[in-house]
Design a binder for this molecule. Sequence first.
Ligand SMILES: NC(=O)c1ccc[n+]([C@@H]2O[C@H](COP(=O)([O-])OP(=O)(O)OC[C@H]3O[C@@H](n4cnc5c(N)ncnc54)[C@H](O)[C@@H]3O)[C@@H](O)[C@H]2O)c1
Length: 360
Amino acid sequence: MESVRVPLGERSYDILIGSGTLKDIGRHLKGTAFWRDSSARTAIVSNPTVYKLYGDTVYESMAEAGFEPVKVIVPDGEEYKTLLWAEHILGKLLSAKLDRSSFIVALGGGVIGDMAGFAASTYMRGIRFVQAPTTLLAQVDSSVGGKTGVNHPLGKNMIGAFWQPSLVWIDTATLGTLPKKEFIAGMAEVIKYGIIRDSEFFEFIGKNKKDILNLNSKALTRIIKRSCEIKAEVVSKDERESGLRAILNCGHTVGHAIETVTGYTRYLHGEAVAIGMHMEAHFADMPQKEVARIKRLIESYGLSTGLPKDIDEGALMAAMEIDKKALRGELRFVLPETIGSVKVLPVKKDRVLKALKRGG
Ligand SMILES: NC(=O)c1ccc[n+]([C@@H]2O[C@H](COP(=O)([O-])OP(=O)(O)OC[C@H]3O[C@@H](n4cnc5c(N)ncnc54)[C@H](O)[C@@H]3O)[C@@H](O)[C@H]2O)c1
């Protein structure tokens, strides 16, 4: 297995990446000093889609290792990432008598990871949890870094806590059952890491497209590991997003605005970020040749880079003005100086509007 350390002092943890490894999770936990003294009562939080595919494997692995897992199932979908369903999880943990030395395994995509992590952060004032991410987005992004939470009718991810997992257990073989569209959307975040931090990685993603799309396990391990290394490095320098961590939002200012304006139904998050990364590259002072390379790589994975004609630029601007990175009425973006290096910079509104009107 490959491993990446997230160095965060006493909250440090490992990301372990392998193929076909879900069946070994129980043995690993039991064999590691950190977990050996945990209460036998543990919980596996998942949704029906993922549990049906991988739940029994994880359950049996945990049970064989001597844990007594309780299964907690939440319906599949972003609309269930709510306080109500977090309370449902907490209720199941209480009924199953998990104690302060128990832990939760979050088995699923980002929705499950965010919500189970949030439940772990509040159960008896905080218990440990393991991320076992099963989507590409969750494996390269949401399972690492400790942002947990749920949505509120007034805003996405508005209720939450920074609560780091104690282990991230990535089985790349789970990507074999992930719908292609979800996989491709996750690739937008992988490309993002190349743009913000590593031009060689950016090239690797382009050159190895065939292997990546064929889910070759060596290629998958390489892209997931490098993405996790970059996220770990950034998070360890700025755990609570007071500075550097903002660079992870490359493409996300426009991306979030697109999701807001289209009511979160038309685009998957990664699809909106892909358009955002290309649009935002136009606001940057980087050579057109480099902007074109970004566009080419994104499109080579079947992602769009242009704004559809029916999206109103004024509405996008309004959505961006309430973005967390907007400061004193000025729009701020994570802009590439060159591929592999970005800066958070203000951009004049008329320049943004002009690029949006051009549509990319
Ligand atoms: N915490 C963070 O730092 C962070 C970062 C980015 C995104 N997020 C959050 O992540 C969420 C999106 O996560 P996501 O894209 O993983 O979506 P998701 O969790 O909804 O999963 C997408 C779909 O794939 C299914 N699925 C998952 N794994 C599968 C597998 N191996 N085989 C078949 N089907 C599978 C799920 O059941 C679901 O229907 C959002 O709520 C977003 O806010 C959090």
